[in-house]
Design a protein around this ligand. Structure first.
Ligand code: FES
Length: 491
C-alpha cells in the first residue's frame, strides 16, 4: 500500500504556494475581523461514529433552482416533481440528487422547444459539468448519457470537443437523434465545496450550515479564489446531527461537525480544495490519500462504509505508531510510573475502540482490502425470511446476517433481483423517500432495532402507514429474525 500523504496540499502539481500563502494570511485577517459572528457550537449529541456515516453513491447532480435556501420546502425530493422524477430517472446509477440555490441560466425562450414543465440547469459532480435548461422529457436521455459516460471519461471527452470553444460550452444531443440539443458547459472552477444549508429540514443545517456557507464564501471572495473554488449551498444530504456538513469535489470527501467558531476548519477545506482541484472527473484513489480532517471525516464518494472505517483505522494506527516512535526516542519522564503509557492520543484510542465495536456490530463482511485474514467467525450467517406481496404471493429468501431489506431488493443475484420491484428504495437508504416501506408484524417487530428520529420523520410520508410499518432500508438481518414475514404495501 502506498504511504499516506500527510500534507495533501503539497502533492498537487497545480498548487500554487502563493495562493496558499494568500489564503493563509487572509484567513488570519478573517478570523480577527469576524470573531463577533461566532455562535455557539452545535448541541452535544450522543456520541456516534462519524467515520463511515456518509452514504455510498457514485455521482452527484445539483438542480439549480434559484430559490433561496430559507424558502426551500422540507422534503423537496417528495414535494418537487422535478426532483422526484430526476431521482427516479437516474435510479440504479447511484446518483445523488439535491437542490442548490444557484440560479439556472436563462436563454431566450424562443430558442427552446416547448415543454409542459420547468427547466433547470443541472450540475454534475465530480465531472464538474453543467447541463443547461434540462426539462422532464430529457431525463431519460440524460440517464442514458451518464450510463454511456462513466466517471473519468465524460470530462476528458468533452474537453477534446470544447477545445475551440471560448466558454467551454458544447451543444450536443444527449442521445443521437433525440432532436433536442443540450448545452453542456465545462465549469471552470476546478474545485467545489457543497454545504448543507437546509434549515427547513433541520435547524442545525440552517444555522450552522448557513454560517459555514457564509464563512466559506467570504473567504473565497476575500482571497480572490473565486476562479478556483466554487461554494454551493445545497439541500439535505443526511446526518443532521453532524451539521454543519460539507462535500468536496472532485475528491468526494464528506466532513461533518465542522467548527463555525473560527475559520480553521474552513481554511482546511479550502487548502484541500486548492490542492486537489484540477483533477476534475477523477476521484481519489482508494487508500492512498488521507482526508484533510480525519476526525471530522464522514466518508468519500464511491467508497463503502467499511472502506472508510478501514482507512480511518489505518490512519489512527499509523499516527499511534509514529507517536510511539517519538516517545521511544525521548527520555522517560521522571514522573511516569513504570509501564505507564506516555502516548497522549487526545481521545483517539477511544475512537479506535468505538470503531472496533461498531465494526463488530455493523460490519459482518469486511471488504477484501481491509484484511486478508478472514476467520471462520466472520463467515456471514444466513437467515430465511419471507416476502409477501399485497396480493399474498409469498417468496422465501435466504438473507445474510447484516444485510438490509434494501440490499436484498437491490441484489443483482438473478435468484433475488427484481423479485420485489414494488420496493423501489429510490433514495438508496438515505431516508429521503419512504419507497422502502414494509410491514413487519409481531413477534418480529419487537425484535427490530428501535425507530430513529430520522426514520420516524420519513415514516410520516409512507403511504398506508400502520403500527407495523418500518422502512426496509433501516432493517438489518439478524438471527432473531429467522422466519420473519416482510409484507409489502399496495403499490
Ligand atoms: S430507501 Fe429511501 S427511505 Fe428507505
Amino acid at each position: 500500500m502506498a504511504p499516506l500523504i500527510q500534507a495533501p496540499f503539497m502533492t498537487s502539481s497545480i498548487t500554487s504556494p502563493s495562493s496558499l500563502f494568500t489564503l493563509s494570511t487572509s484567513v488570519s485577517f478573517y478570523r480577527r475581523h469576524n470573531s463577533t459572528t461566532a455562535t455557539t457550537p452545535p448541541p452535544a449529541e450522543k456520541q456516534e461514529q462519524i467515520q463511515g456515516s456518509a452514504p455510498t453513491y457514485k455521482r452527484h447532480l445539483l438542480i439549480c433552482t434559484g430559490v433561496p435556501a430559507p424558502d426551500w420546502t422540507k422534503k423537496p425530493e417528495l414535494s418537487d416533481p422535478y426532483h422526484n422524477l430526476l431521482m427516479t430517472a437516474v435510479r440504479g446509477q447511484e446518483v445523488k440528487v439535491n437542490w442548490t440555490d444557484e440560479p439556472s441560466s436563462s436563454p431566450s425562450l424562443s430558442d427552446l422547444p416547448p415543454t409542459k414543465g420547468p427547466r433547470h440547469d443541472l450540475i454534475l459532480f465530480p465531472d464538474n459539468i453543467k447541463f443547461s435548461n434540462v426539462r422532464y422529457e430529457a431525463f431519460r436521455d440524460l440517464a442514458r448519457y451518464l450510463e454511456k459516460h462513466p466517471i473519468g471519461t465524460l470530462r476528458p471527452s468533452l474537453e477534446t470537443q470544447a477545445g475551440s470553444s471560448q466558454d467551454g460550452t458544447i451543444t450536443t444531443e444527449l442521445v443521437p437523434g433525440s432532436g433536442e440539443p443540450i448545452a453542456l458547459t465545462l465549469l471552470r472552477e476546478p474545485s467545489a465545496v457543497l454545504v448543507c444549508v437546509h434549515g427547513s429540514r433541520d435547524c442545525r443545517c440552517g444555522d450552522h450550515g448557513g454560517e459555514l456557507y457564509t464563512i466559506l464564501r467570504d473567504m473565497v471572495a476575500m482571497t480572490g479564489l473565486s476562479q478556483s473554488i466554487k461554494v454551493y449551498g445545497i439541500s439535505h444530504i443526511g446526518g443532521h446531527k453532524f451539521a454543519p456538513n460539507t462535500i468536496m469535489y472532485p475528491s468526494g470527501d464528506w466532513h461533518g461537525k465542522l467548527s463555525v467558531l473560527d475559520s480553521v476548519d474552513a481554511q482546511q477545506l479550502l487548502f484541500d480544495a486548492l490542492a486537489n482541484g484540477g483533477m476534475a472527473a477523477g476521484v481519489r484513489e482508494k487508500n492512498v490519500v488521507r482526508p484533510v480532517m480525519v476526525e471530522k471525516w464522514r466518508g468519500r464518494m464511491g467508497w463503502s462504509q467499511q472502506e472508510v472505517v478501514a482507512l480511518y483505522k489505518q490512519i489512527l494506527s499509523q499516527e499511534k505508531k509514529q507517536a510511539e516512535e517519538v516517545v521511544a526516542e525521548e527520555p522517560q519522564s521522571l514522573f511516569s510510573a513504570p509501564g505507564e503509557e506516555l502516548y497522549e492520543d487526545d481521545g483517539l484510542k477511544e475512537q479506535v475502540n468505538a470503531v472496533s465495536l461498531e465494526s463488530a456490530k455493523e460490519s459482518p463482511k469486511p471488504v477484501e482490502a481491509i484484511s486478508s485474514e478472514k476467520s471462520a467467525a466472520e463467515t456471514p450467517q444466513k437467515v430465511k425470511v419471507v416476502f409477501e406481496t399485497f396480493q399474498k404471493v409469498r417468496t422465501e429468501i435466504e438473507a445474510k446476517v447484516g444485510e438490509r431489506i434494501l440490499d436484498i431488493v437491490k441484489d443483482k443475484d438473478p435468484a433475488r433481483h427484481n423479485v420485489f420491484q414494488a420496493l423501489e428504495c429510490t433514495c438508496g437508504g438515505e431516508l429521503e423517500c419512504a419507497t422502502c416501506h414494509v410491514y413487519i408484524e409481531e413477534p418480529y417487530h419487537a425484535r427490530l432495532s428501535p425507530v430513529t428520529d430520522a426514520e420516524e420523520d420519513m415514516l410520516e410520508y409512507a403511504v398506508g402507514r400502520k403500527v407495523s410499518s418500518r422502512l426496509g432500508c433501516q432493517i438489518r438481518m439478524k438471527p432473531e429474525l429467522e422466519g420473519m414475514v416482510i409484507k409489502l404495501p399496495q403499490y
